[in-house]
Design a protein around this ligand. Structure first.
Ligand SMILES: *Cc1c(COP(=O)(O)O)cnc(C)c1O
Length: 359
């Protein structure tokens, strides 16, 4: 830290992204990306836009918003594209939280919520998940704070039903409820259509997980016009050109290729079921995931040890040091082939562990 760093940031603990080591080729199951490349037409759109890089992008993202409105069945005035969904979440903390309006979120959830709260000096309260790692929606009813819920949640993979989410929104009429739907395309129920009914609802989505565009950085906020105006005020006060022209066209073209992504999501869900079944038979606890990852724990080997041994064998998964979750690993669902390789390594590691014991 330099002696010039603003005092207001000295206690900041930045978000730690999943590792991207370059020492060898890993099977990468640690950051919930899609294992599938984007369709060729998306690549072509990026290439064409790159020729016009001398010109600023459209700050209103007109063409992208028009297509998105069609696909999601909302008004063009109800969508705000951002630089990944992390950016819309950041905007939400800036726009809808302050000293008098704290934030609430689960004790085990997306790590960025607390980072954003700290960054903006927003007080926050965490609500413990139940012992089975599920969220009790009643804990979020009438809380007098801005609510942030990842649905499905990460890293647990568990989802709340739409009626439960609706009850949270209904019971907090004087506070904004932010529903982070980063993983909704893998089996969750979207609440985007509820933005017509509730003026306090912001739904966020991303192209990073189900649409093969993690490296392009594109997300959406969906909300009524008044909330969106607030979020736009923040956007135009930070970075009016927050979505670059390559990404904008990649996103628009991706929305035109919905069938491709639907098929890939189905494939991921099938591979998820296959992997969960095999792990269960190997004695793992596997939470009921509605996402493109599994949250798993073994009785035979510790969470950190399994993570380390998998890494030695060239498979990267995500291990969190958190209090109740340190025995777990979060494993992204890759291709069937990648998951077979992962399972092979897990079996080997468990065998080695048995042999150690019987020595
Ligand atoms: C991955 C993720 C995001 C953000 O992803 P972006 O790449 O910034 O769009 C947001 N919320 C959750 C719960 C996530 O897992």
């Amino acid at each position: 830290m330099s002696r010039f760093f603003s005092k207001k940031y000295t206690a900041l603990q930045p978000y730690i992204p999943g590792e991207q080591p370059k020492d060898m080729r890993y099977i990468k199951l640690n950051t919930n990306e899609s294992p599938f490349p984007p369709p060729k037409s998306v690549v072509k759109a990026v290439r064409e836009q790159s020729l016009k890089c001398n010109l600023y992008s459209d700050p209103t993202c007109g063409a992208l918003v028009e297509k998105a409105a069609q696909i999601y069945g909302v008004k063009k005035t109800q969508i705000l594209p951002t630089n990944g969904s992390d950016e819309i979440l950041n905007f939400a903390f800036m726009a809808f939280c302050d000293k008098d309006t704290p934030a609430v979120f689960a004790d085990i959830t997306y790590g960025f919520y607390s980072v954003f709260a700290d960054l903006h000096g927003v007080p926050y309260r965490t609500i413990p998940l139940k012992d089975d790692f599920s969220i009790d929606y009643r804990d979020y009813c009438g809380v007098n704070a801005t609510v942030f819920i990842a649905n499905p949640n990460a890293p647990t993979g568990l989802a709340l039903s739409k009626p439960e989410i609706e009850e949270i929104i209904r019971s907090n009429p004087n506070n904004v409820v932010v529903i982070d739907e980063a993983y909704v395309d893998f089996g969750g129920e979207s609440c985007v259509d509820l933005i017509e009914k509730y003026d306090n609802l912001l739904v966020t989505q991303t192209f990073s997980k189900s649409r093969s565009l993690a490296g392009a950085r594109l997300g959406f906020g969906f909300a009524n016009e008044q909330l969106l105006a607030d979020l736009n005020a923040i956007k135009y006060s930070t970075n009016p050109y927050n979505v670059n022209r390559m990404t904008m066209e990649a996103g628009r073209e991706a929305l035109c290729q919905q069938a491709y992504f639907d098929k890939k999501c189905k494939e991921i869900c099938n591979t998820r079921a296959f992997t969960a079944d095999r792990l269960t038979r190997l004695g793992f606890t596997v939470l009921n995931s509605k996402t493109n990852f599994l949250f798993i724990k073994s009785r035979k080997i510790g969470g950190k040890e399994l993570y380390e041994k998998l890494k030695e064998k060239g498979v990267l998964v995500r291990h969190f040091n958190g209090e109740r979750i340190s025995e777990f690993n979060r494993v992204t669902i890759g291709t069937k082939k990648q998951m077979e390789a992962f399972l092979f390594c897990v079996e080997q590691i468990l065998k080695e562990k048995e042999n150690e014991k019987s020595k």
